[in-house]
Design a protein around this ligand. Sequence first.
Ligand code: PMP
Length: 786
Amino acid sequence: MPGQHTYHDRNLPNFEQDEAIQLAADHYGLDGDWQQLTGERDLNYRLETTDGSFVFKIANENDDEDIVGFQVEALRHIALRDPCLPVPRVYPDKDGNYFRRIAGSAGTSNIIRLMSFLPGVPAQDVEITDKTFRETGRFMGRLNVALSSFYHHGARKNDHPWDVSNCLRFQSLSDSIKEADGRAAVNSVFDRFRTSVKPRLDATRHQIIHHDAHPGNVLVDPLNPEKIVGLIDFGDMLYGPVVADLAVTVDVDIAQYPDLQQVMNNVALGFDSAFALYEDEIDLVFDVVAVRAALTAVIAASWIEQDPDGPQYIESYVPYVNAIEQLLSMGHEKGTRELRRTCRFPTYCPRSPDEASDDSHENELLGKRHRYMGEKTTHFYERPMHFERASGAYLYATDGHKYLDCYNNVPQVGHCNPHVVRAISRQAAALNTNTRYLYGSILEYAERLTDKLAPHLDACVFVNSGSEANDIAWQMAKVASGNTGALIMEDAYHGITEPIREFSPGHPDVPLPAHLQGLIVPDTYRGPFREDTPDVAVRYAEDADRAIADLAKEGHDVAAFMIDSALCSSGVPDAPEGYMREVEKRVRAAGGLMICDEVQSGFGRMGQWWGHEFHGVTADIVTMGKPVGNGHPLGVVVTTNEILNQFIDKTDLFSTFGGNTVACAAGNAVIDVIERDELIENGRDVGDYLRDSLRELANTQLLIGDVRGSGMLAGLEFVTDRNKRTPATEETLELLELMRQRRVLVGMEGRYGNVLKLRPPLVFQREHVEQLVSALDSVLSELRID
Ligand code: PMP
């Protein structure tokens, strides 16, 4: 192999100690007690003087100004960036040079330099605990932070055998491993490195790295061996992947530390706490540790074979082969999962079906779910889906497939929208506190939010969910009106607090308490008044007269009409034009307020900012939830200052988490994205395209009885007989499962469970519509009823 011999050339510089003493005196004016230190390539002396302890270094002849200059400048840079990090300090000679070339008496030309001697003992000489590994990892993380702003052209020249990225050039040395099994294990690690690890490693973050923090180079306090007091030997530094620095730190004798996973976990945890790892890096730790062990094993084996009696820095390759066998028997997937869990990365999620394992732990998760969350907690689909990652309009499952999300209305601006994620994490890193203190972001948010609403809606209350917002709104309405009754839709859903649960019968047959009356759903496709009924809006609205009268019979006047403008739980019917205004008229005449629940319809869902504006009604109280924080818990009640003040006079209003600084960061970021990316316009455009495409599909798919909705909200009602409008309940249920098989997520709604509810994120594009419609077409063909 070209150049291989130079990697094995460990000839130390040829100098007598007396000559070294003279050099130190001549160039640094130092005199004291001398002691030779171990070194693989350089000649190192410890020098004890009255001015302190030093290391005098005579570099290997092969090391030129670029390589030595690289090390010297790196140490100077670290001293500047992190002055308390205990690494050697470099000192100038009498002429102010941090290194100089001298001619040795044996005819060689070498570079000399002077550094501080660090106290402490090598970690390998004491008992290393979990904490020592963690602290070493943390130290290396800090060092990487300091080096992240450093570069020197000599870095690329420092070609040495321990460079993990370049390990494949030494695979052939595996012939020196005598045992066939061990050889095969080592080769399997190199083979995997070649095909799957190296391409990913090359793509990860690179910078100058120390690349040699094994326990021989890490110094600890002998009186407190868990305390790291120094790191030495910067001779293996190079420009390489950050994760390789971490992996080298795990290079330990397996006979002494038999649980490599634990060592890896501790080092990674410490490292990550000081220098946050990226996802592609944590996923490589296991493999890079394995290949570092393979590299060490083959280099050691070939040294021992070439020079059995020579000085061996590594006495035997066997521990490294054993380490590899342990890693192989554990498997990189399990090991990586452990590392992710330790550093609190999201659970490993394969990026393609090829990467997916057969075992997605579904059964284990289900078992634990039953155990810790109750057996009756609901989940979607017969066999629940297991997601660990999402982006934009897609959710990624542990089967390695991506699923088009046409259902979840919380990630309004796309799953894990990077702007929202960054805003949340930046704010979480700066301050997370509550509304009893002053901070600007909540006011900026309140101002922006109220600007989107009619001018009289100018006061906000921040809570944590849609349910809470509705609960507060209901309390406010009672105070403001002095009344105690409410109107709702007969199959409304508004949340889970006790009073609001009563507002959420979900079905017209569920009896309501005396203070509530349900209105007939204004459904012109299936309700009592169809699309061709004259004055259909008024026909439906007249039910409010009946309801108000019925309330009065029970001794309740109307405090409010609570209405979800999207009529989601009613199966997304298109309320006839003017219906809401007609009801509003009646409610106001009876002394009631309009509580517009915008949890579903708000933030552009229906093609404009607010659903109540879509229907042309005036709100007294607006409630918000779900999309407000794009998934971060946030609920808001917006009303008039008058209503709010009246309410606060009666109730001490404070929510610990509501409107905290992080929630406001999320809220502001959501508005940013909606505005900048013109998502409401996009929702209108793509939503119209969606409904047009569905209507076209209805020409050939007879199960489709009705297509409705507005903006990025669509309802699709399935019937087995278009004339009789017979609900296709069973077929709809089956359709959900079949759509899942085609990797499209849709939801079901409506009194008969025969309405497909489509509420994609506002980032949905035409190509997503095409994917959805084509999947629907194929599923409907499978379910064909004609
Ligand atoms: N109002 C409406 C219209 C809703 O759809 C929901 C939730 N589905 C809520 C209120 C309750 O919101 P949350 O689950 O955040 O309490």
